[in-house]
Design a binder for this molecule. Structure first.
Ligand code: SAM
Ligand code: SF4
Length: 349
């Protein structure tokens, strides 16, 4: 019986080793997909959305079954890490079913890690279900620890609900919980240290994100832009930081906070371009495969799925071919009006 099982495992491994891989013109191997499962959200963060947003008509949005089918194709092409995001992924109906089905891909494909980015508002309801579904790591956005300010930055969010969600996530048994904070000058740059202390006291990691010029928003982004180097300088006034070699497959640069378990990351698309090591693609809510966050090169995968339902080989062919148009890098410029009109919420941040 054991010999039979080992034999089956060997055949499976050979099959996996021989499957086509996703390698672009610059020799970069794509092993990471970020999937936006909804462009809708219960918050309206000032850097992410306009006050008035028009969301996508439902017929244009991929169904949960289509999302699963798409992710299976990617994982059969060597994708080892999937991040589910949005919009707010946890406002999508039956998201728990979807996460459990994606979790099962770890048994049948090379998928190793399933992660989720959320604003935390629904975590009290979903944290345990997500952990049971096989979600390994979870990122929770938290830009302020002050009630009024949190409300101003998210327009509709409630800080207590999010803090309660963070608590639920801590208890649910994920491998690691990380906070994400977008730092804006004059809005929350005076909370850089407080946010790090909150992470330390809760045994969480934290990443500071530079604001990106995605979509039209009401403020002038150039005025609020705060670089990672500025955030690092603030942190160095209060903490001893040691550069860490830790990598998570993402673009963060990490530092270890001396005397704690917490890591501090910086996501710096402007000041520290990370394109040369890019290993990822994104899929928008409507099934558009985006080869770069800061460019418009894309392939309409929804069209293929709906024209040829169930034809996974045809879908895989299109994904392999898309590698030919993955751009070398983005060319964000915070002082210009957005050249990318997609909001982060539709793209899948
Ligand atoms: N709703 C979830 C959340 O807020 O975590 C997931 C989607 S959100 C688009 C993903 C991440 O993108 C969040 O950490 C958010 O702070 C970040 N984000 C949104 N718009 C951004 C922008 N223009 N520049 C930089 N980060 C942005
Ligand atoms: Fe919603 Fe996340 Fe965008 Fe905030 S950052 S508006 S929570 S999608």
């Amino acid at each position: 019986m054991l010999a039979l099982l080992n034999g089956a495992r060997t055949i499976y491994k050979i099959m996996l080793e021989n499957q086509p891989q996703l390698i672009d013109r610059f020799g970069r191997k794509v092993t990471y997909v970020r999937m936006s499962i909804t462009d809708r959200c219960d918050f309206r963060c000032v850097y992410c959305m306009d006050e008035e947003m028009t969301f996508m008509p439902r017929a244009q949005v991929l169904t949960l079954e289509e999302i699963l089918f798409l992710l299976r194709a990617f994982c059969e092409l060597g994708v080892e890490k999937v991040r589910i995001t949005g919009g707010e992924p946890l406002v999508r109906r039956n998201v728990d079913w979807l996460m459990a089905e994606i979790g099962k891909l770890k048994q049948t494909t090379v998928l190793k890690e399933l992660t989720l980015t959320t604003n935390g508002s629904q975590l009290r309801k979903y944290a345990v279900k997500l952990a049971e579904a096989g979600v390994d790591r979870i990122n929770i956005s938290l830009d302020s620890l002050r009630q009024e300010r949190f409300k101003a930055l998210t327009r509709t969010g409630n800080l207590d609900t999010v803090l309660d969600g963070i608590d639920a996530a801590k208890q649910a048994g994920f491998k690691r919980v990380k906070l994400n904070a977008v730092i804006m000058k004059g809005r929350n740059d005076d909370e850089v240290i407080d946010l790090a202390n909150f992470a330390i006291h809760n045994d969480l990691d934290i990443s500071y994100i530079e604001e990106m010029p995605l979509g039209h928003v009401t403020h002038q982004r150039a005025e609020s832009f705060c670089s990672s180097d500025e955030v690092l300088a603030i942190l160095q006034t209060g903490f001893q930081l040691h550069r860490s070699t830790s990598v998570t497959g993402g673009p963060s640069r990490y530092y270890q906070l001396a005397g704690t378990q917490s890591k501090i990351g910086f996501i710096s698309p402007h000041s520290h371009n990370f394109c040369e090591s890019c290993n990822r693609v994104r899929v928008t809510t409507e099934g558009r495969l985006l080869l770069c966050l800061g460019q418009e090169h894309s392939v309409d995968l929804r069209g293929i799925i709906r024209r040829y339902p169930g034809d996974i080989e045809r879908l895989k062919e299109a994904i392999i071919k898309s590698m030919d148009i993955k751009p070398e890098g983005h060319n964000f410029n915070i002082s210009e009006q957005p050249i990318i009109f997609r909001h982060m919420s539709a793209t899948g941040g």
